[in-house]
Design a binder for this molecule. Sequence first.
Ligand SMILES: [Zn+2]
Length: 139
Amino acid sequence: MFALKMNDTFLSQKTMTIDLPDDAVCEDCGGTVEVRREGSIQGVFCTRCDWAVVTTYLPEILRDETLYEISVTSGDYTNKEHIRAIAKLNGVNFLDARQLLQTQSNFKLYKGAASRVEEIRVAFELVGIQYEIRPPFPW
Ligand SMILES: [Zn+2]
């Protein structure tokens, strides 16, 4: 069984579609989850309770060859959700992520493809981390 977590990212970098393990279940109630898509929004929804993670579905983003830079402009080192998100997205452990948030008020997290920047942006929005993207991000 694979219990889904809020900060997990499920997006396939090739198709921008949500790609879940077959045995994925809701972290709250253990119920079956399903993927639903409507227009430019897609999400994972629990069929038993109201748990859900929603993200955007923008296949056109894959044709954007601009390199974008996403930086954290304000994060809270006492907020576990912020630390977990930074740790996961930056590929560091919890303590390193906390130290990063504590010692640097502004730092670059990623530079590269629009689809990955969008994924990070959604993760930041979910937990309330302030960020900046350069050049201006049209997605
Ligand atoms: Zn549930």
